[in-house]
Every structure is written in C-alpha cells, then in structure tokens.
Design a protein around this ligand. Structure first.
Ligand SMILES: CC(C)(COP(=O)(O)OP(=O)(O)OC[C@H]1O[C@@H](n2cnc3c(N)ncnc32)[C@H](O)[C@@H]1OP(=O)(O)O)[C@@H](O)C(=O)NCCC(=O)NCCS
Length: 160
C-alpha cells in the first residue's frame, strides 16, 4: 500500500524561513543538460525516478531554458550532491516537482537548507502558494522535513 501526501505552504514576508547559508548552487544558463541528467540520475536511482531519463539532451536543454522553472543544483566539492525543480505556475502558485540529495548527503542538514533556498527563490519569482507531494516510497525524512519547514498536509491518498 502506497500513501501519497499532498502539502502546501502560503509564502509571505513574515513566513519566509531564514536564508540557507553558504550553499554552492548552480542555476540558470550555468546549468547544462548533462549536469542536470547526472544529478537527476544520482539522486533518483535509489528511489526509482525514471521519467526524465527518457528525455534527450535537447529536451532537457529546452526544459532548463523554460521561464516557468526554477532549477538549482547543489554542489559540495568535488561533486554535485542534490537538486530541486520548481514549476512556477499561474496565479502565483508553484509546485516543487523534484527535490533530493544523493544518498551520502542525506542526514547532514542539506535538505532543510536546500528547501529554504527553494522557498526563497519561488517567493522571489512571485509564488505565494507552494505545493509539494511525497509518498511512502520516498525517503522517510522527506515528509518530516516538509512539515518542519512549514508545509501543511491538506490531502493524502492510499492506493495499492
Ligand atoms: C528528502 C531529503 C532531501 C531530506 O534531506 P535530509 O538530509 O534527509 O533532511 P534534513 O536536512 O532535514 O536533515 C535531517 C537531519 O540531519 C541531521 N543533521 C546532521 N547534521 C546536520 C547539520 N549540520 N545541520 C542540520 N542538521 C543536521 C539533523 O538531525 C536533521 O534532522 P533535524 O533537523 O530534524 O534535527 C533527503 O532525505 C533525500 O534527498 N531523500 C532521497 C530523495 C527523496 O526522497 N526526495 C523527496 C522526494 S518528495
């Protein structure tokens, strides 16, 4: 039985989390398809993430160039250790589509710092309602982290 949790957060000046310090992030034109696919693969492999692996490098390049995406890769020398992808939707709403760290970076506080960054960037791009979903097939820290940074659970569904 898999349970999926749907969470959201209203973002406002007063509710913004403290800034994530000293993160080495790459975003925008600095980020290329190969690097995106590499971190997607390394973060997602243990969790069965496959959808983006079927995309060509040209399709990924087009994704990275989209105005309605905020995609950031987290680096800790000598390698990339995590990333997130936020879809900046209409009506000041956004959704975190992907969020994760490579296995050796989990449990060191990077998840929280990276999420703070995602929230701040989404806010700066006009998002006032941010959504995310997670499930019992994701890392068990995920739901705990999202609640910790201020997301609220509004729906959950269980299915075989
Ligand atoms: C979801 C995910 C990003 C969360 O990251 P995380 O590192 O596990 O979570 P956190 O940043 O909250 O850190 C967890 C714990 O590390 C510990 N920690 C160790 N060193 C730390 C430090 N220097 N600073 C802060 N916390 C530290 C803390 O105990 C912290 O928990 P606490 O804040 O409740 O005390 C991560 O588990 C992950 O990528 N999982 C695989 C992919 C996945 O499932 N993604 C989610 C899809 S929805």
């Amino acid at each position: 039985m898999k349970t999926t949790y749907f969470l959201s957060m209203h973002i406002g000046e007063a509710a913004l989390p403290s800034w994530a310090p000293r993160l080495d992030l790459t975003t925008g034109p600095e980020l290329d398809s190969e690097r995106y696919l590499n971190i997607y693969r390394r973060v997602g492999a243990p969790w069965g993430w496959r959808s983006r692996l079927a995309w060509t490098t040209d399709e990924i390049a087009a994704l990275l160039a989209r105005d309605d995406r905020e995609i950031c890769v987290l680096h800790e020398a000598p390698r990339d250790i995590g990333f997130y992808e936020v879809n900046l939707g209409a009506e000041r709403e956004g959704e975190v589509l992907y969020f994760g760290l490579i296995p050796t970076a989990v449990g060191r506080g990077y998840g929280r710092a990276l999420m703070h960054d995602a929230i701040h960037r989404a806010y700066a791009r006009g998002v006032r309602l941010l959504r995310i979903k997670t499930s019992t097939t994701d890392h068990p820290n995920a739901l705990r982290l999202y609640l910790k940074v201020g997301f609220r659970l509004y729906y959950s569904v269980a299915a075989d």
